[in-house]
Design a protein around this ligand. Structure first.
Ligand code: GTP
Ligand code: MG
Length: 634
């Protein structure tokens, strides 16, 4: 099986990085005319070595000039191992240190030192430089690693260097297969006849021709028309591969270095991220809250303000949690490492690990934020997922959003969610939409409390309006509210009738006096049959003053004893049944009738006859044909 391991060069300007890459691979990575003219590297260059057993060593050659560290940063974001190149005649220089620090901050875990231009120095000198280098790399990921003496000019030591690279590459662990495919873009150009082409190192996952992708943060969607690695067309690219991608349906001008290609809708561009922040021992000064910095992640560089979570100032060598307010959207995932450079002078001062993307709006200095970040930094994967669900409260979180906020791929995430659901920690309100069990319990308690309060305040009302209840119970998302209410109903705790909700235990309790009024009202309407009184009349005959809004009158309406036909015209439900029977019988006999016929049939005036006919039209019992009514067929 083929494997791709990415080696990045690092080291001071003119120390021989590009020459060494060329001596190893035969590829001149300085492509730009300006690079040729000035004899320095300005932007990233790419080369590769084909090794036995399907291993390809991809090489990213970076510039050493201090003004181009930003380009260097765009190159080392995706590397597996570092080749620190130090010219034997000059020894350790400022960008030797800075590049080494950057590699350390990015948590690159393996690599070697190539002590080059050895043709220019005496053996004694070489030994002195070796000692220097040994103490430079002590306490770094290069400690104890190979320090190889080479010369690009004479070729001395090159076979040993290549063998050492191969050995290190073989030991690099396989990149996680189950991760969202992500390709931070380092170059964009157009190829005549093909259109827009982007290149980058596919950091995770795999992609194939015809895949539909999105270019973040712009949100433009495109189809992969073609893929190439090392100038050869391929149908699929895998993690670690240098990839050129021909995108269909996208303008070159719509993309720049720093953008990220990923699956559609899967990543979250964010102006706010949380993470750890560690300052280098030799950072020139402390970092204070609101300091403006340059934030480098993947191939992007974004200006940002630092907001320290638990202190006002972070001293060199210290580490804490920080929030970054970015001046342009960042596209990254938790777990990604980043590097921070000071605004001015432009030097690398530290870095950290992203913990949360588009985090919940905690108050920055709140202990809750500290607890949240500590959990994200130190918790087991299931705890991290649970924490995200918990923080979303009664809004819940959808799988699509969650996957952009955790450092695990989709399959792993599904597994963790399944575990949490089985353990009762979270609930699925819908497929791929989750709330924490505490939020569920809180919502249930709020619903019960709101209903209890309502019943106490309105003992004669049979139930509370559903929308009012949702508002009182923390205005939960409609579908989550519906889900929780549905479960409460299934458990027999609440009853829902049309848009009214009540506790199952609630019963309207009437005093003897109230009972008498209600009974009398009902009797009045029953007796009146087709010519009912107005609500006011009926109420005053029962000895109370009021209109249809009167709670005792409403009791009969909500209990469906009285039915509103129009405005304040109410009929008793039984009376309506009787009227309907008579009407249907008459229509069967006559086939069609006019308003006068119903007046005669029921002995009522036009005032009742017209609304009744319209009511039965509305109930689809009758149908209007001109001025006449006929029976609507079954
Ligand atoms: N004598 C000698 N000269 C070398 C060797 N390697 C590189 N050089 C010379 O050193 C100079 C710089 O080499 P580059 O390979 O461009 O250095 P670099 O590290 O890529 O420089 P930047 O990319 O600009 O940081 C060139 O003039 C090379 O010819 C070597 O092994 N021996
Ligand atoms: Mg170079």
């Amino acid at each position: 099986m083929s494997r791709h391991v990415v080696v990045g060069t690092a080291g001071h300007i003119d120390h021989g990085k590009t020459s060494l890459v060329k001596a190893l691979t035969g590829i001149d990575t300085d492509r730009l005319p300006e690079e040729k003219a000035r004899g320095i590297t300005i932007d990233l260059g790419f080369a590769f070595l084909e090794e036995p057993d399907g291993l390809t060593i991809e090489i990213v050659d970076v510039p050493g000039h201090e003004r181009f560290v930003r380009n260097m940063l765009a190159g080392v974001g995706g590397i597996d191992l570092a080749m620190l190149v130090i010219a034997a005649d000059e020894g350790v220089m400022p960008q030797t240190r800075e590049h080494l620090a950057i590699c350390s901050l990015l948590h690159i875990t393996t690599g070697l030192v190539a002590l080059t231009k050895t043709d220019l120095v005496e053996p004694d000198w070489l030994e002195l430089v070796k000692d220097d280098v040994t103490s430079l790399v002590a306490d770094t990921f290069l400690a104890g690693g190979p320090i190889l003496a080479v010369s690009a000019r004479t070729g001395a030591g090159l076979p040993e260097l290549r063998a050492a690279l191969r050995a290190l590459a073989a030991a690099v662990p396989e990149r996680a297969a189950d991760q969202l495919p992500r390709l931070p873009i380092d170059r964009v150009f157009t190829v005549k006849g093909f259109g827009t082409v982007i290149t980058g190192t596919l950091t995770t996952g795999r992609i194939a021709v015809d895949d539909r992708v999105e270019v973040y943060p712009r949100g433009v969607q495109a189809k992969i028309r073609g893929l190439q690695t090392h100038g050869q067309p391929v149908t699929e690219a895998r993690a670690g591969q240098r990839t050129a991608m021909n995108l269909q349906g996208i303008e070159r001008a719509a993309i720049t270095r720093g953008d990220v290609v990923g699956p559609q809708g899967a990543l979250i561009p964010s102006l706010l991220v949380d993470g750890t922040l560690e300052l280098l021992e030799d950072a020139p000064r402390p970092v204070k809250t609101r300091d403006r910095i340059r934030f480098h992640a993947g191939t992007s560089e974004i200006m940002a303000r630092v907001l320290l979570v638990d202190r006002a100032e972070l001293q060199p060598g210290e580490r804490t949690f920080a929030r970054f307010r970015l001046e342009a959207p960042l596209v990254a995932l938790p777990g990604d490492r980043f590097v921070v450079r000071s605004y001015s002078p432009i030097v690398t001062i530290g870095g950290g690990t992203l913990l949360d993307i588009d985090p919940p709006r905690f108050k920055r200095k709140a202990p809750a934020l500290l607890a949240h970040l500590t959990l994200l930094a130190e918790g087991a994967p299931a705890e991290v997922v649970e924490e995200h669900v918990r923080q979303m409260g009664v809004v819940g979180i959808r799988l699509g959003v969650l996957s952009g906020r955790v450092p695990f791929g989709p399959e792993r995430l599904r597994g963790l969610l399944g575990e949490l659901e089985a353990g009762g920690r979270i609930l699925a309100v819908e497929r791929d939409w989750f709330i924490h069990h505490e939020s569920d319990e809180r919502l249930r308690a709020q619903i019960r409390a709101a209903l209890e309060h309502f019943h106490r305040a309105n003992p004669l009302k049979p139930g509370m309006s559903r929308e009012e209840l949702r508002g009182r119970a923390g205005a939960a998302e409609e579908r989550i509210f519906a889900h929780v209410l549905g479960r409460l109903a299934a458990e027999g705790a609440v009853r829902t009738e049309r848009d009214k909700v009540r506790l199952a235990s609630h019963e309207v309790q009437l005093s003897a006096d109230q009972r008498r009024v209600v009974d009398q009202l009902e009797a009045d309407f029953l007796r009146a049959e087709a010519a009912p009184p107005s609500p006011e009349e009926a109420l005053s005959r029962a000895g109370v003053h009021g209109d249809e809004e009167h709670e005792l009158f409403q009791l009969l309406v909500e209990g469906k004893r009285l039915v509103r036909i129009k405005e304040s015209l109410f009929f008793h439900a039984h009376a309506l049944d009787t009227i309907q029977d008579k009407l249907v019988a008459l229509l069967r006999e006559r086939k069609e009738i006019g308003p006068g016929d119903i007046k005669d049939l029921l002995g009522i005036s036009r005032k009742y006859a017209i609304p009744l006919l319209e009511y039965f039209d509305g109930r689809r019992v009758t149908m209007r044909v001109g001025e006449r009514r006929v029976l609507r067929g079954p």
